[in-house]
Write a new protein. Structure first.
Ligand code: FE
Length: 231
């Protein structure tokens, strides 16, 4: 098996959100989501069994899916992709709306959203695939949906080990350039001086040592002390 073959499958970048019977809400980044049928309109999402969002969808049988725009900052993706709703409220300071079922829908950086009720689910080893029938959907602004490839190639984002598409080959080991690259030990984001971190105010060509100490990892929010030289 060549795991690189799997890298040729296309995905999007979404936030899947849900609520439980006690009103607890959470959301997470999901890349494995797709429309399954049009009549009735259904979508499927693959969610890691260890994630809080999985627990919430199982409890309430509802979820929403927000389609993220290409301009979505890495920090926003990191908030929903590399943190746990068990230890912090990911929705703090984030624009959401609640639909009739109470299910939260993330509106920030969102082009369109779909809200669904679970009509079936499939046990898939580490993940559950939830099949949802759409109960509400809307386009809320014009934009270009971010693809998973764009996230990696242009935004230079990384993949958490809990994602359905995580491959061990994504672990560190890329060759160093002229300027030393540094890797975040929390999320494996690699700071490349040639690219800088424009979202975080760091111009291309800035060596890691020249970055202000207030700077944090654009993906997971870890501070500079969490970075090690990339071998
Ligand atoms: Fe990080």
């Amino acid at each position: 098996m060549d795991p690189n073959a799997l890298h040729n499958i296309s995905y999007g970048m979404y936030i899947v959100a849900s609520i439980d019977g006690k009103g607890r809400c959470n959301g997470q980044i999901a890349n494995a989501a797709m429309q399954i049928t049009s009549e009735p309109a259904t979508i499927a999402v693959s969610i890691n069994k260890n994630n809080l969002t999985h627990e919430l969808i199982n409890s309430s049988g509802v979820f929403s899916l927000s389609v993220l725009d290409e301009s979505t900052p890495l920090a926003f993706i990191g908030r929903f992709g590399f943190r746990s709703g068990r230890t912090e409220d990911k929705f703090k300071g984030v624009n959401i709306k609640k639909i009739d079922s109470g299910c939260p829908v993330v509106l920030d950086n969102t082009i369109a959203y779909l809200a669904a009720k679970v009509v079936n689910k499939f046990d898939c080893f580490s993940h559950t695939v939830f099949l949802g029938e759409i109960v509400e959907s809307a386009v809320i602004r014009s934009g270009k949906p971010m693809t998973y490839d764009y996230y990696h190639q242009v935004k230079r984002g990384t993949t958490p080990a809990s994602a359905p598409t995580f491959l061990k080959s994504e672990m560190p080991g890329r060759k160093a350039d002229v300027m030393q690259k540094y890797r975040c030990v929390v999320c494996n984001y690699v700071y490349d001086p040639a690219a800088g971190d424009p979202d975080g105010g760091i111009q291309p060509g800035t060596p890691f040592e020249k970055i202000p100490d207030t700077w944090v990892c654009p993906v997971c929010g870890a501070d500079k002390s969490q970075f090690v030289k990339e071998e």
